[in-house]
Design a protein around this ligand. Structure first.
Ligand SMILES: [Mg+2]
Ligand SMILES: [Zn+2]
Length: 184
């Protein structure tokens, strides 16, 4: 079975978007491309899972989101990094959809489609919803805390590890990979 890393987008891979700027181009955070390449080289499939309620709020359109993702994929591909899939939720938090984090649908579907062992896979993100999604799917979880705007205050689920950025998260993943017992 394959292993995967499911990554949050805003605040983890890219700078937080400016909601008033429609279709702002992606700004990858420092070290992200190299970190993802290390994970890819180690055999991990890479996925992005992002909540984009700005669509439902009317701040930007689904087409804006798709353009952003195409550009992000191009930027990564230029450096040899391939994303296996990107999932975004365009709904409001209170709509009760299955695609908004911490919903489990996308990870479950991805696991079935790509023969992924979720117990040997990881979720990396900067909010409690990211960690909760990982815990619900039986993944190992790494919370990225980047200074004052890193983690939200609502965290009620404990991540397996805390990292300062994706570079450190990748190093932790590679250290934990293959160790069945030492994570919790
Ligand atoms: Mg985030
Ligand atoms: Zn949704």
């Amino acid at each position: 079975m394959r292993r995967a890393v499911f990554l949050d987008r805003d605040g983890t891979l890219t700078e937080e978007g400016d909601w008033h700027v429609k279709a702002a181009p992606p700004r990858l955070l420092p070290g992200v491309t190299q970190a993802l390449r290390r994970l890819q080289d180690a055999g991990f499939l890479l996925f992005v899972v992002t909540n984009q309620s700005g669509v439902a709020r009317g701040y930007y359109t689904e087409e804006d989101v798709r353009v952003f993702h195409r550009r992000m994929e191009e930027m990564l591909a230029e450096q040899g990094v391939r994303l296996q899939g990107i999932s975004y939720c365009p709904h409001m938090p209170d709509e009760g959809c299955a695609c908004r984090k911490p919903g489990t649908r996308y990870l479950a579907e991805s696991a079935a489609r790509h023969n992924i062992d979720l117990a040997r896979s990881f979720v990396v993100g900067d909010q409690s919803t990211d960690i909760a999604m990982g815990v619900r799917n039986g993944c190992r979880t790494i919370l990225v805390c980047r200074g004052f705007d890193g983690a939200d205050e609502k965290t009620s689920v404990e991540p397996d590890r805390i990292a300062s950025d994706v570079t450190e998260a990748a190093a932790l993943i590679l250290a934990l990979d293959g160790r069945d017992d030492a994570t919790r």
